[in-house]
Design a protein around this ligand. Structure first.
Ligand code: NAP
Length: 335
């Protein structure tokens, strides 16, 4: 990071640097990164606002989850050739002291580990099931519904017997919500009459709102919540490009009057239950009840543009940057 971005990330905020691959110390592994996970939180980490993790320091590499192959190991848990994920950076090679071994199971490729079985899928699962406490027959509204997290939340809502209403930008994404992910209704927030469409799609009102966006969109959702509604704040992407305080909500009145619960959620709370969540997601994948999509761009130089794709709503599914051939490619079981 050459300097902290103001607003959207510009190419000039970053510089591509070549350095020798460092020697590893005892307990560390050297990983050749195959995919870099591009997440909205990468942009958050570039800001110096108060946040869960330490902001990225100027001149430091952009922190990111990576998926790759162990080249060298001085850690008894790993050997050369293992495929692992961990916190690396926008870099071709990462030195990691902690990583997670990726099991090579039938029907699971690296892209699935990065999406439906990785952080997005786990956030959808724990955020919705544990924090949202959905009950069969309830109406669930999901923002950024066509994205990596939102698309999984909608499908889990259907598995749990709920009515799933997705909010997404544009007719093509709305069509995917219904045809590919099985949502009951899709609302295009870019349409002029979207607030009326949302009211219509919600029918008798919203019981669970899974919020990925925030800002004025969250206000519209809050207008339609039912008594004892649960609002899970998973993300506020509408504000991540902003410096200073983030856009607030004005419809707190309904949180009070409907005796609703507004609950912040961070996947970090659930790391101790990662295996359990992953096993459940994998079962649903095996049963053909969860579909996922990845959007792959090639080359480390594409990372800043890939991040902006996520903010511009251009990515279809989990956004990844591929640095080198994926050894498990072609094994995706995602019809
Ligand atoms: N709390 C946690 O632990 C946790 C973990 C993972 C992710 N998250 C959060 O979950 C959210 C989704 O993450 P993701 O990785 O799955 O990304 P994603 O949904 O695949 O991509 C982000 C989507 O957000 C929508 N968007 C962007 N700016 C918007 C705006 N101003 N207004 C309305 N929609 C906007 C775009 O969809 P449209 O084309 O529909 O506009 C875009 O495709 C993010 O807020 C992220 O920070 C939180």
């Amino acid at each position: 990071m050459a300097h902290r971005p103001q607003g959207r990330v510009a190419d000039s905020d970053l510089s591509l640097v070549t350095e020798p691959i460092p020697d590893i110390a005892n307990g560390e592994i050297l990983v050749r990164n195959i995919y870099i996970s591009i997440d909205p939180t990468n942009r958050l980490w570039m800001s110096d606002v108060d946040q869960f993790e330490t902001p990225i320091a100027e001149a430091a590499p952009i922190r990111a989850m990576t998926f790759g192959e162990v080249l060298e190991s001085r850690n008894a848990k790993f050997k050369a050739g293992d495929l692992v994920t961990g916190q690396g950076a926008w870099e071709t090679h990462s030195v990691m002291a902690r990583a997670r071994l990726l099991p090579h199971e039938e029907g699971v490729d690296l892209a699935a580990h990065a999406s439906v079985l990785g952080m997005p899928g786990l956030s959808a699962y724990f955020g919705f099931v544990e924090e949202g406490q959905p009950k069969a027959g309830e109406t669930v509204v999901i923002s950024a519904a066509a994205g990596a997290v939102g698309s999984v939340v909608g499908q889990i809502a259907k598995i749990k017997g709920c009515r799933a209403v997705g909010i997404a930008g544009g007719p093509e994404k709305c069509r995917r919500l219904i045809e590919r992910y099985g949502f009951d209704r899709a609302v295009d927030y870019k349409s002029a009459q979207w607030e009326a469409d949302l009211a219509d799609a919600c029918g008798d009102g919203i019981d669970v709102a899974f919020e990925n966006v925030g800002g004025t969109l969250l206000d519209c959702v809050l207008r339609h919540i039912n008594d004892r509604a649960r609002i899970v704040l998973c993300g506020l992407i509408a504000s991540y490009n902003d410096a200073g305080d983030w856009q607030g909500v004005t419809m707190l009145r309904n949180v009070l009057l409907r005796r609703a619960r507004l609950q912040g959620f961070l996947i970090a709370t659930y790391w101790p239950r990662l295996t359990e969540g992953r096993q459940q997601l994998k079962r649903w994948v095996d049963e053909g009840r969860l579909k996922w999509d990845v959007d792959v761009v090639d080359g480390i130089g594409q990372a800043p543009a890939a991040l902006n794709r996520v903010f511009d709503g251009l990515s279809t599914g989990k956004q990844l940057v591929r640095l080198t051939d994926d050894p498990w490619a072609g094994e995706i079981n995602n019809q």
